[in-house]
Design a protein. Sequence first.
Length: 229
Amino acid sequence: MAIQIKWLGHAGFALDIDGHQVLIDPFLSGNPLAPIGVDAIAADFILLSHGHGDHVSDTPAIARRTGATVVANVEIGTWLQDKHGLEEVYAINTGGGVQLPFGRVELTIAHHSSSLPDGSYGGMPNGILIFTNDGKTLYHAGDTTVFAEMQWIGEAGIDVAMLPIGDYYTMGPAGALRAVGLIRPKIVIPMHYNTFDVIAQDAAAWAQRVVHETDAKPVVLKPGDVYSL
Ligand code: NI
Ligand code: MN
């Protein structure tokens, strides 16, 4: 089974898991770094970490055009159904998961907030775990600070962790470095930085610290770059 991981800038990723097109937090229309537009991106599934506009805003348009199935927490899932008319939605909750054709998707905790773009209550923010059918485990932390239970998440054996390093809205480089030490992923990809001035970071410098201070291999992508696992 082949897994390709394309960074869409910000917290957005387009995963190709054995031919299934899986988007995480696609944020394209308001993202100055987006390498592809809402009207062109392929999607079979869209996984959402929380309700903020820089994570959910493009989901209705992408899902309507592609027919993609959405996985989100119950408040976001219900909002997408009731406010945007989406039908193919798994509205799950923290600790719960759903079996999809490429593997199991589970929501885990994150420490952040989660209002929806129209002010609706967005439930609790989440991280996303993907357990692929051939035994690979991916962890997208969502927007979060570092927290001690990342060590438990890491006990699943994380092949790839996608962690925010931007600071301001999430943990910054120092917190993310501590998170790598707790999660102990084989590979770590930084995200949620450089989209806006307030989250500008030197990812290459951060990656050097990962190399010297942890056992993980950092992979710094440019928007549109693909890492093959
Ligand atoms: Ni957020
Ligand atoms: Mn965000």
